[in-house]
Design a protein around this ligand. Structure first.
Ligand SMILES: C[S@@+](CC[C@H](N)C(=O)[O-])C[C@H]1O[C@@H](n2cnc3c(N)ncnc32)[C@H](O)[C@@H]1O
Length: 270
């Protein structure tokens, strides 16, 4: 037992692993460790071998003398630091969506609108090794960028990719949950409902308030209950303990989120 604790305390990253270098000024660098690699920043340089030598949670120094700590990146870092070709879902919304969709190990989740894979990264992380995310994206360049983003986080094998316009619906069925992030979601909702399990959960992300009324009408007509609409408003603060105050610039609005659970209609046979 004693040996196990020693191992945890002195854990070190390996070559090919992604690490977060968090500087004393609060800058974040997420890098893949490579033999002979050097991180070049405006704080000076730092060799990858020094990072490995130091280990997780430990301090390293750039050539300028300023310091940083070596940390494990999480899905919040991944979302903010991914290569983006599209608008993305932000961490403040991701956490709430995962909760309201009740995403868990073993779930089969439909995603329409892969974009840059910010949300897909989180969904695939939480469905675990035994679950799957079935994602649909119509633009090849977005799909390729997303695959490379997901590969960085070792999540590629949890995702089934369809390079396809969702205008004709979805291939699989019996999804536990569905997440829809499309510019025009309303026409697709009938296909989503058709393939969701009864009681399965849906989240539709709408960037503008105009679409929300149409989405809610459609969900009520198709057969969803507990229809809720949310906007998450987060206010980050500066954490100098002697000068705590809100940060000057915040993401005031990201998205409206509409949720519901599929129900059977009286006219429906199954
Ligand atoms: C805002 S982005 C999604 C962002 C993504 N949720 C993320 O977190 O990175 C919307 C995506 O939907 C895709 N899209 C739009 N209409 C589509 C359609 N009819 N079928 C499939 N994909 C579509 C776009 O190409 C774009 O990549």
């Amino acid at each position: 037992m004693k040996q196990r604790w020693m191992k945890l305390i002195n854990e070190k990253p390996n070559y090919s692993e992604w690490v977060k270098v968090y500087t004393e000024k609060g800058k974040i660098f997420i890098i893949k460790l490579q033999r002979g690699g050097i991180l070049q920043t405006h704080h000076g340089s730092l060799s990858h071998s020094d990072i490995i030598e130091a280990g997780y949670g430990k301090m390293v120094r750039f050539s300028s003398g300023s310091h940083a700590h070596i940390l494990r990146p999480g899905i919040d870092d991944n979302s903010m630091k991914i290569k983006r070709l599209t608008q993305i879902v932000y961490p403040k919304d991701i956490g709430f969506i995962l909760l309201k969709l009740d995403i868990k190990e073993g779930d089969y989740v439909l995603e329409a609108g892969l974009g840059s894979a910010s949300m897909c990264g989180a969904l695939s992380r939480y469905v675990g090794e035994s679950g799957k995310v079935y994602t649909y994206e119509k633009r090849e360049e977005f799909l390729k960028t997303s695959m490379s983003n997901l590969n960085k986080w070792n999540l590629l094998n949890r995702v089934v990719f369809h390079l396809q316009d969702v205008g004709e619906g979805f291939k699989e069925s019996d999804y536990d949950a569905a997440f829809i992030d499309l510019p025009y979601p309303v026409p697709q909702l009938k296909y989503v409902r058709e393939k969701l399990k009864f009681s399965g959960r849906l989240c539709v992300l709408c960037p503008t308030v105009n679409q929300c009324s149409q989405v809610i009408h459609e969900m009520n007509d198709l057969g969803f209950t507990q229809v809720e609409m949310w906007e998450s408003i987060f206010r980050p603060f500066k954490t100098n303990p002697d000068r705590i105050r809100p940060v000057d610039m915040i993401y005031a609005h990201t998205a409206y989120l509409i949720f519901g659970q599929k129900i059977s209609k009286e006219t429906e046979e199954n």
